[in-house]
Design a protein around this ligand. Sequence first.
Ligand code: AMP
Length: 505
Amino acid sequence: MDDEYSVNLRAVSCQAAPCAGCRLQWGDACGVFGIYAPGEDVSRITYFALYALQHRGQESAGIAAWHPLEGMQQHKGMGLAFQVFSEDNLRELQGDVAIGHVRYSTTGNSGIENAQPMFGEARFGPFALGHNGNLVNTHTLREELGSQGGEVPGTSDTAVMAELISRSGADTLEEAIIEMMDVIQGAYSLVFLAPDKVIAVRDPHGVRPLCIGRLNADNWVVASETCALHVIGADFVREVEPGEMVTIDADGLAPTQVIEPTRKACCIFEFIYFARPDSHIYGRSVYMSRQRMGHLLAQQAPVEADLVIPVPESGIPHSMGYAQVSRIPYGEGFIKNRYIHRTFIAPDQRLRELGVKMKLTPLKEAVSGKRLVVVDDSIVRGTTTGPEIQLLRDAGAREIHLRINCPPIKYGCFYGVDTSAGRQELIAARLSVEQIRDHLGADTLEYLNMKNLIAAVGLPKNNFCTACFDNQYPIPIPKELKAAKSGSPPLEDSKEARTEQVPGS
Ligand code: AMP
């Protein structure tokens, strides 16, 4: 456990217990934040930022801070940021520099041993690390480390990175990170805390977002998403470039291009679902991109109907877009219980349906007798969409036309989205669109096509990873990892997952 380190670490507290069902959900893999701001209440600012990044992970939250006299301190635990942190423990986490993390597990168990930040002690001193993404060569690295002797604590890819840095013979953290970037493969947006500095690093494809903000003249922050900047009063400066390492200390901001990027591959699902709508990625508004997805879906898949309704909350901007172009009135058809964060509840179908009912209640008065266009961002396993449609039918909806703002998700993600239960869990990997429509009980079902999805985001396709839709993996996936997740072959496409060949850009 982390408190074995000799630096001034406090005991880890575990509050809300993790639910086994959570691990079967698709989940976004983490939010990270870092701040260099001597004289400011860095832990409290980090806490506010984690609040803004909470949508990126709800399993655990943690903050590590560096104080010139107290050294490195941390507090982390299972649950949401507000469950993990109290006035008291924030007050105790004094310092000039801090990093924070909210986690959703992609590799490794969801237990406290994998909660982040993770700590290490190297020859140049103590450090802490927070990671968003997923390495694809964790297994090999873990074996290599094991063969050199000694245990690698924890079960996650982040633990492996912390171990690589801890065992490095380098003289500085920066040198150790550069060495590590030479051997790790996959998606990583990282924040490091070291005495008197924060270091931010992004993988050479820039799969997960990471941006830099300015708090005031001398003080800087880094965050997974721009939405975290607004809440703490920081101004957006720029994104951390793919393959770049940025050190922030008393001398300001020092960028180093460690690996020349051959091709950017930001996860397009950030635009569809993951990122908060008020964030910007590649300088593009996530909210406006989602509205444009709705505009283009209305052109691509029109239908005669009385009312356009969103599946709240992620489907709201898309459905507004659909209504604007179709000129069908927009309204609410579901009321969402804001105090339920996930529909995990339990792995069995009956209780999962109960979970949907607890989260969404149909507005009978609004939907009864109506021909509805029901707009959502995506269908992953199809386990919540079916019961949602049934709720609308029970409330008297006359017709239900389901419109989904991305192509069918047929392939597993190896870069930070949890489909660990296997590819056979993805409904579009098993069924055709017509079979999905029938299974969900909709009158019609249309998915936004890839061309329109790309047009909605407004940048060339080769800026994005679209592997979950088209099997084009920008970072090679080791065979055994692919095999572990592949499950049964899909009906329509039984090709082996292939690595995209992209010329340097
Ligand atoms: P399902 O019908 O079970 O595939 O669930 C579809 C719903 O899951 C949609 O409303 C999406 O907004 C939502 N969703 C998409 N991606 C994720 C994710 N990574 N984690 C949790 N929910 C998601």
